[in-house]
Ligand binder design. Structure first.
Ligand code: RFL
Ligand code: PHB
Length: 389
């Protein structure tokens, strides 16, 4: 089989790229290891920047997002009993939208057949070939049969553990990594949110986040040591901990309910350079990971895909190779700024096991400064709603 772009991974990055290319008349195929149900069962991001919303809008796939997404004009940083509101709309004129990654993926998946986007699920042992040539290929097994797709480009949208990044020789690459000494334990429940806006809390017992998916579905997180196991956290224990960490006002409004999902995700900062090698372009978590504190992972995947789609459009419709040549530098410039923001918000809002009184004093001083400075709040708001693409 031959196509113009072979896309590995049907997460948000792969599906968005597939739809954008199809909309430009560029031939592509998406190859995914898992089943559609498995992909949809992963509970992840919830906060969308304008770039992510506008890509769905451009594709005409924003119907449900417009109807069901919650527009958030601000969010809150809690420190003990103090709540610092970051008025994103007032400070930047922009907002974010709460709409689950699961729902975006579902919308993109559901629209694929009618847009002629072929997605091959259940592809085993996907391997990349000839990425340094102008005629790369991918091979895989599906229902026991060997398959091969020849393409002009491969888009590696296969997340942090996929094979794409590994197809780039170490001698041509550089990795940057920071692993954090805790993970986030998340709970999803069909209960109304405790607050109309998100609350990120730094409490002496640790971090907590109150988020949501709708007026009737809440998503909460606390940070836990990496040695912790989900089985040790009954719903009741987790609700008790959230009530303490989020502070008395939020606690008074928490509605408890049985967990629809509960899981622990490790926190990591990671960047792989370059994001293009020969005919292989990396997009999303395949090239970088941010700790979830800034709500940037999915949105960075969207901005990568935007740059990649532009570059591929230039190549196929105008025989212009400049976009492909510039893709890595352009994407990485934005990636590093989002890495910085996610890292700094993580440092500000978590109690690290090695931190002493000095580090805590620095957090308090920074939170005091943020509480009293419009400039500091504007800087946070500008990053949170999304830097320009
Ligand atoms: P994905 O979503 O991991 O999709 C990659 C796809 O590739 C497939 N794959 C393969 N396919 C074929 N062959 C192979 N060998 C393959 N190996 C893997 C996988 O099955 C999968 O379907 O990466 P993508 O598309 O780059 O999307 C990135 C986002 O998923 C991620 O950055 C966000 O979820 C991060 N994130 C958040 N981002 C935000 O923007 N806002 C948030 O509020 C937010 N909250 C979060 C988050 C991530 C979290 N976790 C669990 C890591 C909260 C959490 C808890
Ligand atoms: C979520 O709702 O899952 C969520 C929201 C904000 C974050 C991370 C995760 O920073």
């Amino acid at each position: 089989m031959k196509t113009q772009v072979a896309i590995i991974g049907a997460g948000p990055a792969g599906l968005l790229l597939g739809h954008l290319l199809k909309a430009e008349g560029i031939d592509c195929v998406v190859v995914e290891r898992q089943t559609p149900d498995y992909v949809l069962s992963r509970i992840r991001a919830g906060v969308l920047e304008q770039i992510t919303v506008s890509l769905l809008e451009r594709l005409g796939l924003d119907g449900r997002l417009k109807a069901e997404g919650l527009v958030e004009h601000g969010f809150n940083l809690a420190d003990g009993e103090r709540l610092i509101r970051i008025d994103c709309m007032g400070l930047t004129g922009k907002s974010v939208v709460v709409y689950g990654q699961t729902e975006i993926t579902r919308d993109l998946m559901d629209a694929a057949p009618s847009r002629g986007l072929e997605v091959i699920y259940g592809a085993e042992d996907v391997a990349l070939h000839g990425v340094e040539s102008d005629a790369p290929a991918i091979t895989f097994r599906k229902n026991g049969a060997e398959r091969r797709i020849e393409a002009r480009f491969i888009a590696g949208c296969d997340g942090f553990h996929g094979p794409s990044r590994k197809a780039i020789p170490a001698s041509a690459a550089r990795e940057y990594e920071r692993v954090y000494p805790f993970g986030w334990l998340g709970i999803l429940a069909d209960v109304p949110p405790c607050h109309e806006e998100l609350i990120y809390a730094n409490h002496e017992r640790g971090f907590a986040l109150a988020s949501m998916r709708s007026h009737t579905r809440s998503r909460y997180y606390i940070d836990v040591p990496l040695t912790e196991r989900v089985e040790d956290w009954s719903d009741e224990r987790l609700w008790d901990e959230l009530a303490v960490r989020l502070g008395p006002d939020a606690a008074a409004n928490i509605t408890r309910g049985p967990a629809l999902e509960k899981s622990i995700a490790p926190l990591r900062s990671y960047v792989f350079e370059p994001m293009r090698h020969g005919s292989l372009l990396l997009c999303g978590d395949a090239a970088h990971i941010v700790p979830p504190t800034g709500a940037k992972g999915l949105n960075l995947a969207a901005s990568d895909v935007h740059y990649a789609a532009e570059a591929l459009r230039g190549y196929f419709t105008r025989a212009d190779n400049d976009g492909i040549a510039d893709y890595s530098a352009k994407a990485l410039a934005r990636v590093w700024k989002c890495e910085r923001f996610s890292w700094s918000l993580t440092k500000l809002m978590h109690r690290f096991p090695d931190d002493g009184p000095f580090e805590r004093a620095m957090q308090v001083a920074e939170l005091d400064y943020i509480a009293s400075s419009v400039a500091a709040q504007t800087s946070i708001a500008e990053n949170y709603v999304g830097l320009p693409v």
